[in-house]
Every structure is written in C-alpha cells, then in structure tokens.
Design a protein around this ligand. Structure first.
Ligand code: DOR
Ligand code: ZN
Ligand code: ZN
Length: 437
C-alpha cells in the first residue's frame, strides 16, 4: 500500500475554478493543496500538462452480481469504472436475487469488499412487500423504485403502495419513472413489431411525463427527497423547471444527451434499445439545455450491460440497456474540448453533484480533508472509443468508433493508484461509501 503521494504542478479543476498546484495525499486523504509543496513522498506524479479532478462518482450502474454474472460482475464492472476515471459507484437492485432486504444487501457488500476496485454502495429496491426493510437497512444511497418495469421483475406501480413508501421514512427515493399502464397499452398495439424504432412508441413521452408528474406530486406532498433517474423528455424537463421543487433532483445519461432517434436506431439497431428510450433530437437538445441551466443536476451512466449475443436478438426479444461506466468521462471531456460545456461543468455534473445529491461523506471535491479519490486526466489526448478496448465484460459500446479528446491517465482510490495507462493494480480494493443521514 502506498502511504503518500505528491502531485506536482497539475491543473486542478473544480466546478468553480482551474488553477495550477500541488496536492499532497497521505493515508488516503488529501492533506494539502497549495501552489507549491515540497514534501518527501513515496510516489510522485509530475508529468507536464496533466489535470487532476475529483474521482467520478457514478450513481447509477448495474453490475449484475449476484446472479447475472455472464453479463458483468462487481469485479469486471468496477474495473471498467476505474478505467473510466470512476472511483465510486452506486449499484442498482435488479440482480438475482434482487437487493431487497438486509441479507441480500449484505451479500453484495461482502462481494464488493472482496472484489470491487472502486468504492461502492448499493440501492435497496422496493417491492410490494418490503416497506420495513426499505427503512431499516443500514447505509444505502437510497431506495430504488421501478415505477415502470424494466430489466428484471421489480415493479411497484400501485399508487397506494407508492404513497406508503413516500409517507414512511426519510431516505432518498430514486426512480425509474415510466407509467406501467401506458406502456402495457402501447405494447398491445406494437405486439408484432420487429422495428426497434417502435420502442419509442411503446415507451412514449406520455408514459414518462405521466409517471414523473405523479411522483413529483408525491414528493411535494410528503416532503420526501426524490431523485429521477435518466430523464429523457423535453416535457419532463420543462415541467420540472416550472415546478421547481426543492425535494426533486434529476440525472441524465450521456447516451440520452449524445444519441438521438431515428439515427441511433438506424445505426445501432437494438444496441440502442434502452429504457427509457433514446428519443428525437429535440429531447436531447432540451436535456442539454436543462443540464446547463441546472434543472438537471447530475450525470449517471445507467451502465446496463448485456452480451452482444443477447443484444443482437430481434426487437421484442433483445433486452434493454447499454454499458457506459467507462466512457462517460472521455465523452464529457470531449464535449468540453469542443467548448460545448466547460471542464468545470464536467466536474460539477460527474463528481460534485452526485456527492451532494446523495449526501456522501468526504468525496466528490478537490478539498483538503477529503478522500483521495482522484482522476488524473490528459485533456489533449486524442483517441477513439473502440469495442476491443472495452473493459466491461459485455465488450461493446454504443460509442464504438467515436473520436475523443481527453482521456484518463490514472485513477486513485483512497490514495491508491488502481489504474495507470492500461495497467490495473488489482490488489487495491474500494471501500463502502458512507451516506450521511
Ligand atoms: O435499459 C435499461 N436497462 N433500463 C433499466 O431501467 C434497466 C436496465 C437493465 O438493468 O438492463
Ligand atoms: Zn432505469
Ligand atoms: Zn438503471
């Protein structure tokens, strides 16, 4: 284990500034940030022209363990994460068994303690009968409700049950917000369709806005923290801006910002099939605007890997979901290089905002006293995202062939270098992320 690191003359990027400086890390913590430091350390980083950002926090991944590990595991998913500069992740409950009580939660935390290369925590998933568990399990980022069904069979769409969940307890509620009844009606109309484009008609705008309206109403009524995962429609963004609830935060994924229908379906077929769907360009543009304005608060990847074989099945049989944990930072750095946003925005959306929303202790910021979860980046490096370089077990990305400007050079988890220029140091393990209540 490395006790101390000195980062010499790096460009420090936070949501409010860029400055040159030195960072001294001791025993897993950032102990000093100064224009110039001279201390003897075990490990020194002093290449010219590199930038340092807080490690990315991905609050929305599906790592498929236990039970579905032919797609991914906590080990392979976390390895992909650190390759992409992600030092902390929150994982979703739709595994086998699903994470719905103290026992299934403890099992995931045990597996992660043994095998996760990044810091971790796990959502507790709502079912129709685990209200007590939702509020009694210890230290989770929140309760996940699939208000519309998606991969797995975790669905809570009964309004009475939703009221019970919102009424009892105080933990953050994160939602997959699509109206199940609307989806079911639409499925009947498109039952025989083999055209993946119809995915947007089944999981249409009405399904999204109807569900989101209902959930925001509950959040306001019961003064309960609601986090809407993967927002996809202009209509929801406009509604959320209008209503301006202090109880509600939202997330958007890189794929919903960067891809749009019909092109994504023409080019990628069912690889582009995700829930909620990728929609027409006007939605992507609106999501982008609202992210910049602050109606949308953070970026999460919804890393939802399936094997290529599974995804190549015809529409109707192919599962929904795409990977993303290792491509979000390079894609966002590229947008910043092209001046579509600033590097400070990238740090705000990928690092600071998730820490703030989920009340994470000591992470997400370049600040003295904070955990030394750090990502060293080369903002100028030109590279291509390619399936063959994907670390995730699924081995593909919807962004195959995309040109990027900016890449991860090294990733430090709790002051330990876990990834550096293609090499992984797998003896290093992440820790359970502590959530403030
Ligand atoms: O496309 C999706 N895939 N959306 C979800 O909500 C779940 C995810 C999965 O687990 O595959
Ligand atoms: Zn979802
Ligand atoms: Zn998800």
């Amino acid at each position: 284990m490395i006790e101390s690191i000195l980062f010499k003359d790096v460009e420090l990027i936070t949501s409010s500034e860029h400055r040159q400086g030195d960072v001294y890390v001791l025993n897993g913590k950032i102990v000093a940030i100064q224009p110039s430091l001279s201390v003897d350390t075990e490990y020194v980083v002093q290449e010219k022209g590199l930038a340092l950002i807080p490690g990315v926090i991905d609050p929305h991944v599906h790592f498929r363990e236990p039970g579905v590990t032919h797609k991914e595991s906590i080990y392979t998913g976390s390895k992909a994460a650190v390759r992409g500069g992600v030092t902390s992740f929150f994982e979703m409950p739709n595994t086998k068994p699903a994470t719905i009580d103290a026992e299934t939660l403890a099992l995931k935390k045990e597996i992660a303690a043994q095998s996760a290369l990044a810091n971790y925590n796990f959502f507790i998933g709502a079912t129709t009968s685990n209200l007590t568990e939702l509020n009694t399990v210890e230290n989770v980022p929140g309760i996940k409700i699939f208000v519309g069904s998606s991969t797995g069979n975790m669905l809570v769409d009964d309004p009475e049950l939703l009221i019970e969940i919102f009424k009892n307890g105080s933990r953050l509620i994160a939602v997959h917000s699509e109206d199940e009844a609307t989806i079911k009606t639409n499925i009947r109309a498109y039952q025989c369709s083999t055209d993946v484009y119809d995915h947007t008609k089944i999981r249409n705008i009405e399904a999204a806005i109807k569900s989101t309206t209902q959930l925001v109403k509950l959040a306001n009524q019961y003064q309960r923290r609601l986090h809407i995962c993967h927002l996809t429609t202009a209509e929801e963004a406009v509604f959320l801006e209008k209503i301006g609830s202090k109880y509600v935060t939202t997330e958007v994924t890189p794929q919903h910002l960067l891809l749009s229908s019909p092109d994504c379906y023409a080019q990628l077929g069912t690889l582009a099939q995700i829930n909620p769907p990728i929609r027409e360009k006007r939605h992507a543009e609106s999501l982008w605007q609202h992210l910049r304005k602050g109606t949308i608060h953070c970026i999460g990847t919804d890393h939802a890997p399936h094997t290529l074989d599974e995804k190549m099945k015809p529409f109707g049989q192919a599962p929904s979901g795409m990977p993303g944990v290792e491509t979000s930072l390079p894609l966002l750095l590229t947008l910043a290089a092209k001046r579509q946003c600033s590097y400070s925005d990238v740090v705000k959306w990928l690092c600071e905002a998730p820490a703030k929303i989920y009340k994470i202790n000591n992470k997400g910021y370049l600040k003295e006293g904070y955990d030394a979860d750090l990502t060293l980046v080369d903002l100028k490096k030109k590279h291509k995202l390619l399936n063959k370089n994907i670390i995730s077990k699924c081995g593909w990305t919807a962004f195959d062939g995309w040109d990027c400007i900016g890449d991860v050079v090294a990733t430090f988890v709790n002051g330990q270098p876990v990834y550096r220029e293609g090499d992984f140091f797998e003896t290093i393990k992440g820790k359970e992320i502590q959530i403030n209540v």
